[in-house]
Design a protein around this ligand. Structure first.
Ligand SMILES: Nc1nc2c(ncn2[C@@H]2O[C@H](COP(=O)(O)OP(=O)(O)OP(=O)(O)O)[C@@H](O)[C@H]2O)c(=O)[nH]1
Length: 337
């Protein structure tokens, strides 16, 4: 049999939206800026499967220069190989941590970092920390886990969670996650605030939108499931085509793959016709649960990281930003002439 050759690139359909910046994202971003002067530490969450694509350049600029820990969430769904972790540690050193809601040790390690700050910060009111990040990366889940681990006894769930973008829409009130020393804790204690997931105002490339949609970072249905399933097939083929060997031989044909899924998992219409939309939905939910491989979708080669960092520092302009800039330059020219 001829050797399988994966597609070298993915054809991005022209229908992919380039933004998902909603009213509550705008309001949340403004509110975060007003809170920052009273915040000692920022926990910036990014999905470990998309360590670059879930970095929000505008949030990045807003929090520049502040004490920050980058929390790569959902590490149970990413790779166990140390290569990706080392690549990210090279950027942020000890300020890059990998978190998994099912691994209490990862929560305790983060809590220890916050307690250490409470010991060093000379504040009677305690350390104020803020969780930020793109939608659905796991911010509220992290807050609840830190609170459960940090406060003894049974505590009520402080923040609502759910596997879809936009569960949290407003900045929450400060929640105590470490008691003060007179109550058996540390210093003035630690308070943590949740914030709504904030999307970047404009994403220049459709591939990032597709990857974020795969992890439910934008509203379900904005990008067709079959396009997402096709991208997934493309990425599995590049990573390891045996990930889907229970369905079929390696293929670049999404309909061949989805037909095999329909036949194997009983997604059939009357008369045995494969139900392609249901197969696509099935494939996506399997992948989201880590049942079609655990790997990092972003390219973490040195070159790719450098290009990404350069884009963060000098983001390409959106069409409307470019128009605004032109208008401003024209009016300045008129004023000086
Ligand atoms: N497998 C896995 N799932 C996680 C982890 N952390 C969070 N999740 C799931 O991810 C989904 C989103 O979590 P949330 O905490 O609601 O995310 P959020 O960032 O607060 O979302 P927004 O409200 O959109 O800002 C939920 O279904 C969580 O159970 C993790 O470490 N591993």
């Amino acid at each position: 049999m001829a050797q399988f050759v994966p597609r070298p690139s993915f054809q991005i359909p022209g229908t992919i939206p380039k933004t998902y910046f909603l009213g509550h994202h705008h309001a949340g971003a403004n509110k975060i800026k007003t809170l920052l002067p009273n915040i000692s530490i920022i926990l910036e969450c990014r999905d470990f499967r998309l360590p670059l694509s879930t970095q929000n350049p505008s949030l990045e600029r807003a929090i520049a220069g502040r004490q920050r820990i980058v929390v790569y969430t959902k590490s149970d769904l990413g790779t166990d190989s140390t290569t990706a972790r080392h690549a990210l540690k090279r950027i942020y050193g000890d300020n890059a941590v990998f978190w998994d809601k099912q691994k209490p040790a990862t929560t305790s390690a983060l809590l220890k970092r916050l307690k250490d700050s409470a010991r060093t910060v000379d504040s009677l009111v305690g350390v104020r920390a803020l969780v930020v990040g793109m939608p659905n990366v796991g911010k509220s889940t992290l807050l609840n886990s830190l609170r459960n681990a940090g406060i003894s006894g049974k505590v009520a769930k402080a923040a609502k969670t759910g596997d879809q973008a936009g569960v949290t829409r407003k900045i929450g009130t400060a929640v105590r996650i470490v008691a003060s020393d007179e109550k058996g804790g540390v210093g003035g204690g630690v308070f943590l605030m949740d914030s709504p997931g904030i999307f970047q105002p404009y994403v220049n490339d459709g591939e990032t939108m597709i990857k974020v949609a795969l992890t439910h970072g934008i509203k379900k249905g904005l990008i067709h499931d079959e396009i997402l399933a096709d991208y997934l097939l493309y990425s599995m083929n590049r990573y390891d085509p045996t990930l889907y060997e229970r369905y079929c031989e390696p293929t670049n044909d999404i309909y061949e793959f989805l037909t095999a899924v329909a036949e194997k998992d009983g997604k059939l219409r009357t008369g045995g016709v494969p139900n392609i939309p249901e197969s696509a939905a099935r494939v996506l939910s399997q992948w989201r649960e880590g049942k079609l491989g655990r790997y990092v979708l972003d390219d973490l080669s040195e070159n790719s990281i450098l290009t990404h960092q350069a884009k963060i520092e000098q983001p390409p302009q959106s069409m409307s930003q470019a128009k605004k800039q032109q208008k401003l330059e024209r009016s300045q020219t008129r004023e000086t002439s």
